[in-house]
Design a protein around this ligand. Structure first.
Ligand SMILES: Cc1ncc(C[n+]2csc(CCOP(=O)(O)OP(=O)(O)O)c2C)c(N)n1
Length: 612
């Protein structure tokens, strides 16, 4: 592929930016995606392709949700219409999709570590003259500990790595923490502005509006600029640079390239730039579904059902009003997790701690030690990052901590990096941990009530979007380790549902009934501790058990039941699990993904019939 930006004039580059923005807005308005992050990063990426070479320099996009312009500049213009579709382009970077994508990403704050790793490899391979890694990271992603672990080493070993900090003063929501305040405060400060003016005429060769903290000014400026933090860490600082001015960006990038050291270029951008409705601090334009470009109105057809997230948020709000010791935390997802409501209602008891899942778990563990009841509300996929804290700080101490896992199961268009399928496997192995799940809206209230009473660490999981319909199944309180038999059957078949799998189990039972097969249906409710007595008694009437749960098969519900069955020698019972097989699940519309995995209710019913 020819690099279409190399050698172009500034005016031509500006035109390229216009057409990239247009294409991004048009495509996202149809397919959904990360609108405001992408239009905000267009110039940063065009300048990257102008100064560096994506064929040899590792281009590393943090989270990579802002990489659309890079995709469009690297052979994917024509296929861009398939963005986030099943079998189409991913919404994130993906080396299997393009040789220009150095790495996958989806979880935040990995870019500086990746860049440093690449820099070590480049050095060992003696390729430093021709290659330099570039990490593009947002101010939101700079709130996570991992970024500082990498900076810590980078400042010490001083390999050439270029970090482009895209500071739009937004994470998904408002950025949290001292560091983001420091970045903006220092730049806006009066004193800084005065010194900057003085410095500018000395450093005329630098980009307009930018100030390179050259050595001789270093000491005087250190105390008042955001460069302070980075320079103290041993990383050169260039900035602030207008992140929508390609010319300034090119000059800053070239300067950084020539330094041959670790450098951070602090750029300032406007999230949503170029699509007026989304510009600025509009959290709801971070990730969007299809929308009308003129009005900005969503085109998504609502099924009229409440999302599991908002039911959880309602239930927790009720609980928090009743009990003063209820507290809670989200890691940079106040709206996504529904905790924003709690943060408004009880601003002293609910916190957004930024992209800091590990810190969220450990700090809430200490609150539990002090007698509070924390609801740690995190997406299933993001709790992976805090696995050690779950074991080391919550479970060994056997603390009264609740893990509320949102987006458990297949999440759709975000794909591999975001699927919430591993939590049962990774949590069930931990001593003291109790795992349970609501099946529908009504049982979510019961689950949240139960979580409050439970002694020791526990976790409840619920899906993205709304629960599957469970009809008028009796609404009973959760009781530790107790399942609920929803329906007896005349055949030898028992369908065991867990969480959102219960609605699906009922649907499968309905389909099979039409074929003359009358199955029993069990809502397992607890996967740990599991209802041994109920399962033992059911083994006398039903010897074919089918497990339905939105979770990985290995270590999932079926495997827990199989272990139990073997322990208790119910050898006549056959257990078949329809959980996810041992491979990463692709992105795309959830129904299409499930169809591909052959786990739609009709497909499962067919398989059960075929087994006889
Ligand atoms: C470990 C982890 N936690 C949470 C998220 C969800 N998330 C995706 S993007 C984002 C905000 C990133 O903000 P920033 O880096 O400033 O990028 P911007 O979209 O503002 O350009 C968050 C919290 C994530 N991707 N990874």
């Amino acid at each position: 592929m020819d690099n279409i930006v190399k050698g172009k004039s500034i005016e031509e580059l500006k035109d390229i930016c216009v057409s990239l923005r247009k294409k991004i807005i048009e495509t996202v308005s149809k397919n959904g995606g990360h609108l405001s992050s992408n239009v905000g990063a267009v110039e940063l990426i065009v300048a990257m392709h102008y100064v560096f070479d994506a064929k040899k320099d590792p281009f590393i996009f943090d989270v990579s949700h802002q990489s659309y312009a890079h995709k469009l500049l690297t052979d994917r213009w024509d296929s861009f219409s398939t963005l986030r579709e099943f079998n189409g382009l991913s919404g994130y970077t993906k080396p299997s999709e393009s040789e220009y994508d150095f790495f996958i990403a989806g979880h935040s704050s990995t870019s500086i570590s990746l860049a440093l790793g690449a820099a070590k490899a480049i050095k060992l391979k003696n390729e430093q003259k021709h290659r330099v890694p570039i990490a593009l990271i947002g101010d939101g992603s700079m709130t996570a500990g991992m970024a500082y672990e990498a900076l810590n080493e980078l400042g010490d070993i001083k390999l050439p790595v270029i970090i482009i900090l895209n500071d739009n003063k937004m994470s998904i929501a408002k950025p949290i923490g001292a560091i983001s305040k420091f970045l903006s405060h220092a730049i806006a400060g009066d004193f800084f502005q005065k010194v900057k003016k003085k410095t500018e005429h000395v450093l005329k060769y630098l980009p307009d509006g930018a100030t390179y903290m050259a050595k001789k000014f270093e000491e005087s400026l250190k105390l008042i600029t955001p460069g302070m933090l980075f320079e103290e860490l041993g990383i050169d600082y260039i900035g602030p640079v207008d992140g929508h001015n390609v010319e300034d960006l090119i000059r800053a990038y070239e300067l950084a390239k020539n330094l041959n050291k670790p450098v951070i270029i602090h750029t300032q951008t406007l999230k949503g730039k170029g699509y007026e409705i989304a510009e600025g601090y509009e959290e709801n334009w971070h990730g969007v579904g299809p929308f009308d470009i003129d009005s900005g109105k969503s085109l998504k057809n609502s099924d009229g059902k409440k999302s599991a997230t908002s039911v959880y948020s309602d239930a927790l709000s009720k609980l928090a009003k009743e009990h003063e010791n209820v507290v809670g935390v989200t890691a940079a997802m106040p709206t996504g997790t529904g905790l924003c409501r709690l943060m408004n209602e009880h601003p002293t008891r609910f916190w957004d701690v930024a992209i800091a899942e590990q810190h969220a778990v450990t700090s809430m563990s200490a609150m539990a030690k002090e007698g509070f009841k924390p609801f740690i509300t995190i997406y299933s996929t993001f709790l992976q990052r805090a696995y050690d804290q779950v074991i080391h700080d919550a479970c060994i101490m056997n603390l009264n901590v609740v893990f509320a896992l949102d987006r458990a199961g297949i999440v759709g268009e975000d794909g591999e990096t975001h699927q919430g399928v591993f939590d049962i496997s990774y949590l069930s192995a931990i001593p003291n941990m109790t795992l349970f799940a609501p099946r529908d809206e009504k049982s979510m209230y019961r689950a949240v009530e139960y979580a409050y009473k439970h002694k020791g660490p526990c976790s409840l999981r619920y899906p993205r979007g709304s629960f599957k319909d469970c009809g008028d199944a009796e609404d009973i309180p959760f009781e530790l380790g107790r399942a609920q038999l929803l329906k007896k059957g005349a055949s030898n078949k028992l369908i065991i549902g867990y969480g959102n799998g219960v609605g699906k189990a009922l649907e499968i039972a309905k389909i099979l009934k039409k074929d003359g097969i009358d199955c029993a249906v069990l809502d397992l409710r607890f996967v740990k501790p599991i209802d041994k007595d109920m399962l033992e008694s059911l083994s006398h009437s039903y010897d074919e058990w089918y497990v339905i749960s939105d979770s990985a098969k290995i270590g999932g519900v079926g495997s827990i039941i199989t272990c139990l069955k073997n322990d208790f020698s119910w050898n006549s019972v056959k257990v078949v699990s329809f959980e996810y097989e041992d491979s990463f699940i692709k992105h795309g519309n959830t129904k299409l993904v499930e169809e591909d995995l052959e786990i739609l209710p009709e497909q499962i019913a067919k398989k059960i019939i075929t087994r006889g």
